[in-house]
Each structure stands twice: as C-alpha cells, then as structure tokens.
Design a protein around this ligand. Structure first.
Ligand code: SIN
Ligand code: FE2
Length: 358
C-alpha cells in the first residue's frame, strides 16, 4: 500500500465511523453503555486521544527513535485509557467534536508530509498508524453499529391507536440533560398555576419555552409569544428539547417536525389534567410530542368525542407519546397522580408537550 492508498483507506474508515453515529441526538451521543460504560461521545474522545498519541509519536518513529512503552509510562494501555477517560469525562460534547476534527486534520497532514520510505513494507510507522487510525476506527464503528441495532428494540415503538405511538424510555438516556435545560427555563419563567376561563386554578403548574407559549386566563386559551407574568418572551427552547422532539416525531413516523412551542407541565401527587383536545394550534398537520419525566402517571387516551371511553396508559420516566394524523384531535388527559418519589425529579412528574402552534 503506498501513501495515497493508505490515506484513502484511512479516510474511508474515518467516514464509516462518522456514519455509524450520524443522526443520533446529543442526548443519545451521551448515553452510556455503548462499549462498557462509554457513550459515543466517550468513544469519539478516545479515538481522538489515540490520534493525538500518533501525532506525538509518529515523528519519533520516523526519526528512528523508540516511543516510550505504555507499560512503563502509564502502567499499561488500559490504565492509560482509564486516565484519559477520567481527564476528558467532563468535556462538553461540542468540545469533543471540535477536537475530533482538529486532531484528525493534523494527523492527515502529518501522514501526507511523511517521506515515502515509511510506507514501504510493514514498517513500525505503518503498524503504529494502522493501530491508531483505520484499525482503531473500524473496531469502534462496529461497536456503535451493534449498539444502535439493539437500540431499535430498546426504544421499540408501540402503537396505541392509528397515528398514536408510544416510545417507551425514549427520553430516559437524555433525562439529566433535559432536566438541566428545564432548570434554565424555569429560572426565567417559573412554574405557575394558571386559571381556566371558568375561573378554576389548575392543579398542574405550567410554564413554556420556545417562540410561543400556551396560556389560559379568564379571557380564554391562547398561544402568546410573551410570558404574561413578566411581559418578556418565553425562554428559548433548549437544544436538547428540540432535538428530542424531532427524533421522537421521526421515530414515530412524523418526519420534519419543527416545534415552535413547548408547554411544560408539573404535576404533584394529586394533580390531574381533565380530558381535553389540543386544538389551539394553527394547523393540525403536525403531531404532538409528549415527554414524561419523573414519577409515574396514568395517561388517558380517548377518542374524537369527549364521551368515548379512553384507554389507560401507564407512563414512567422517559416515555414519549406522539400523536398526529388521524389521532391528532383525540381527547386525552392525566389521572390524579399517586404519591411517589423519583431519583432525579423528586415528588414531581414533568411533562414536556411539543407542538407546532403558529
Ligand atoms: C397535555 O395534554 O398537555 C399533557 C399531557 C401529559 O401531561 O401527559
Ligand atoms: Fe393536551
């Protein structure tokens, strides 16, 4: 293999690695358990730090020197990997991706500038390059692919009725990230108990993020670009919220969903939501994406008439229900919540309802 062929080989393996995680949302990239405890993000960071090792030591090999052995410098390869994991475990995803591209570019440039003699036969240079580039990429590409194939079963879609799909646990891997986003939203737009047009205080506390927020008061229901409590626009929809809504809609068969409103409901034990239709949105072409976090609830999913008997669906942390098309205007609600406690959310159920409202 000459230099050109080798560079092509590296590039193909590199593209395959990128392809193996294409389309995953940020929370999915952070989900542990792809290879042992590692997430895709951790794997990307790991591939990058081995490319950095190559950047450091290939020049040493080319100059006829001998790089230090990991057994001597770090107590072995596993210990080196563990140390690096520890060091980079807190790097934000964006930083890991930036480093990935930067280091890879520099490594390719180094190989391009390496004298041809290093590519002839099975040199130490060639061996080290294989282990730290295409051989290494391929190993992790396979692991990520296998993990994604299993994931299809894990996030198995269950049809409730035509057009209504339950994705069990779909949001659980990104739960922490979502709750982080929620904390930011509620510092600017705290939960409040709104009043219905009939004058009743709702037992569910609500807030919103995104361009439009759903509100109710004595004058009726509406979508409002401003939070009536502050007169300010609603906080922007966190990336993690938007990505999840898009992915869940896509998984349920509603591609191209672009929510502009996210209603956030907070239920305490005893709180409930009466049967209602979501019909304050400008058009019913887009689905509703409803994400449950925290303590369990029984979701009621009825028909197109208020009196149609609803089915009961037990929802727990991470479950996502998507309804659209023929199910878009079905009545739905939530039974009074039972007393419970959740590790991440405490004594609450949080529901994120994504809609295309405007
Ligand atoms: C809603 O219909 O707005 C919320 C439903 C839920 O909390 O599951
Ligand atoms: Fe609703």
């Amino acid at each position: 293999m000459n230099k050109r062929q080798l560079l092509t080989r590296i590039d193909q393996a590199w593209q395959a690695l990128q392809q193996s995680y294409a389309g995953l949302s940020d929370p999915e990239l952070m989900e542990p358990g792809v290879t042992a405890a590692w997430s895709v993000r951790d794997i990307i960071a790991h591939v990058t730090w081995w490319e950095e090792e190559a950047l450091t030591y290939l020049p040493v090999v080319m100059a006829g020197g001998t790089p230090p052995r990991y057994s001597v410098t770090h107590g072995g390869i596993d210990a080196f990997n563990a140390g690096m994991t520890e060091q980079r475990v807190h790097s934000p995803l964006a930083e890991v991706l930036r480093q990935r591209d930067d280091v890879h570019r520099r490594l390719v440039a180094l190989i391009e500038s390496a004298p041809d003699e290093h590519f002839v036969g099975e040199t130490r240079f060639r061996r080290r390059l294989r282990l730290e580039t295409y051989g290494h990429y391929a190993k992790h590409t396979q692991a990520i692919r296998r993990w994604r194939e299993q994931g299809v079963h894990r996030a198995g879609a269950e049809q409730l009725t035509e057009g209504a799909i339950l994705l069990r646990g779909f949001a659980a891997p990104g739960g922490m990230v979502l709750l982080g986003g929620l904390r930011e939203v509620v510092t600017r737009a705290p939960f409040r108990h709104m009043v219905t047009p009939g004058g009743f205080r709702m037992s569910v506390a609500m807030t919103n993020c995104g361009a439009l927020g759903w509100v109710t008061d004595r004058t009726g229901y509406r979508y409002d670009p401003l939070d009536p409590e502050t007169g300010e626009p609603w906080p922007p929809m966190p990336e993690s919220f938007f990505g999840l809504a898009l992915d869940a809609a896509g998984q349920a068969g509603f591609g191209g969903f672009v929510p502009d409103a996210c209603l956030i409901n907070r239920y305490e034990p005893g709180a409930k939501l009466s049967l209602h239709q979501d019909k304050d949105e400008a058009d019913f072409g887009a689905p509703i994406v409803s994400v449950s976090l925290g303590i369990p609830a029984v979701f009621l999913f009825g028909g197109l008439n208020r009196t149609d008997k609803p089915i009961r669906v037990a929802l727990t942390h991470g479950d996502v229900v998507v309804w659209g098309g023929p199910a878009r205007l079905r009545y739905h609600g939530v039974m009074p919540l039972k007393e419970a406690e959740h590790d991440l959310v405490g004594r609450y159920r949080i529901n994120l309802t994504f809609r295309k409202a405007g």
